[in-house]
Structure formats: structure tokens, C-alpha cells
Design a protein around this ligand. Structure first.
Ligand code: MF3
Ligand code: CO
Length: 226
């Protein structure tokens, strides 16, 4: 699904057309959407361009050359939930925005890498924050990762910041959605009038990347890898 949407990303496409691709993939793979109708959410994906951090509703907004866009899409297969997101450039994008995307991806990799049995939950947030702030970017505080399984959102919540070595420890069988949200400027956010769209307070651009990850005897396993 993410690969199909990535292929469809080019200047001139609407966010709504990306939602149609996602619906099509889910239908053909016998999966159902965990986003559609979630607390009234009206679409299959969240499409969050530029200054939108998360939960942008895919509408007739057109993507332009030089934009970036975060696509978040989950699915339910055999009663189990997956949740994953990526941020991608549209056409030719400024180097600073490419670096924002790369830092978000590095922060996700670093966070997943600490997810061994016995690690502390707060090690995840510390890893994200270390990479993000080390690269000069902001970390959004108001939204977090989460446990995931038979429900999309389960305990615990997984902040993208904090000191390592605190809180509960990870055990084999735990499954967490890890979702760093990085900003070029101020990490503060504002909620849009639609009650969903979360944007940066300063209009700076933002990224959102996410994987669903299981803690196993052999270390972390990414369940939403392509
Ligand atoms: N992946 C999103 C999250 O964990 C799920 C969005 S729910 C929706 O916050 F309803 F906004 F789609
Ligand atoms: Co999520």
C-alpha cells in the first residue's frame, strides 16, 4: 500500500487520489481500514503536506513540485492492526527538507534499534530525541506512538522524547507503533477547524514516519516493513 502510494506521488496529484489508491490496495488484499470511521475519521489514509504534522484529511489539495507529504495508513488483517507512515518528497525538494525527512527516518531506525527485551520504554523516546535534536530539528510533544494489537491504539503511549532508563521495560511479545514527528522549526502544534488536521504553530514543515514493531527473542522485528 505504501509502495503504491509512493509510486503515485508526483506534482499535480490530489491527496484524495492517494486515498483512492489505498482503498484499492486494501480491497484487493482482503484487508480493512482501521482509520476509516475511527472516531468519525472520514478517510483511509492521513495525508499531511508541508506544515501539516499528522492527521491531514485527504481532500482536493494538489501536491506541487517541492512539497513534502506524510502518508499514514494502517490496516486490519485477521483481526490484527498494523500502522505505518512515511514522508516523501514531491518532485525536486529543497535540501533542508530532504534533511528533515532523512533525520526522521534515522530517528525511527534508532528508536527501533533499542527495542530489545528488557529495554526501558523511555529508551525509545530518548533515541528519537537524540537523533532529531542532534540534527537541529524539533520533536513534537503532543502526539505519541502507542501499543497496538487487536486495537489500533493500546497502552502504553510512547513519547518521542525523554530520558533513557525510565518506566516499564519491554518484554517479548510487546508490539508498539513507533512514530517520530519532527519539525524544521518550533515543535508546537495547532489543531485545525476540522478537528483532525494538526499543523505546526509556526508554519514550518514537519515529517511523520512510523512502523509497527514487535519485541522478539531475536530483538526488534518490523511488522510493517515493505
Ligand atoms: N496512525 C495514526 C495514529 O496513530 C492513526 C490515525 S487515526 C485517524 O495516530 F483516524 F486519524 F486516521
Ligand atoms: Co500510530
Amino acid at each position: 500500500m505504501h509502495a503504491r502510494i509512493r509510486d503515485g506521488l508526483r506534482p499535480g496529484v490530489t491527496l484524495a487520489s492517494l486515498d483512492t489508491i489505498a482503498q484499492d490496495v486494501l480491497t484487493h488484499r482482503g484487508a480493512t481500514s482501521n482509520f476509516l470511521h475511527y472516531h468519525g475519521y472520514p478517510a483511509t489514509i492521513c495525508a499531511s503536506p508541508n506544515e501539516v504534522v499528522v492527521h491531514g484529511i485527504p481532500d482536493e489539495r494538489v501536491l506541487h513540485d517541492g512539497d513534502i507529504v506524510s502518508i499514514d495508513c494502517g490496516a486490519i488483517v485477521d483481526g490484527w492492526h498494523g500502522d505505518a507512515a512515511f514522508t516523501a518528497p514531491v518532485g525536486a525538494v529543497a535540501p533542508a527538507s530532504l534533511e528533515l525527512i532523512a533525520a526522521a527516518e534515522r530517528s525511527l531506525v534508532a528508536a527501533i534499534a533499542v527495542m530489545n527485551p528488557g529495554a526501558h520504554l523511555s529508551d525509545i523516546g530518548a533515541a528519537v530525541q537524540g537523533v532529531a535534536e542532534g540534527a537541529g530539528f524539533g520533536v513534537v510533544r503532543e502526539y505519541t506512538g502507542h501499543g497496538i494489537g487487536r486495537q489500533m491504539h493500546e497502552e502504553p503511549s510512547v513519547p518521542n522524547y525523554g530520558r533513557p532508563g525510565r518506566g516499564p521495560t519491554l518484554a517479548v511479545g510487546n508490539v508498539l507503533a513507533i512514530e517520530p514527528m519532527l519539525t524544521a522549526g518550533d515543535p508546537g502544534t495547532i489543531m485545525g477547524s476540522d478537528g483532525w488536521t494538526v499543523s505546526t504553530i509556526d508554519g514550518g514543515w514537519a515529517t511523520h514516519v512510523e512502523h509497527t514493531v514487535a519485541v522478539t527473542d531475536n530483538g526488534p522485528e518490523i511488522l510493517t516493513a515493505p
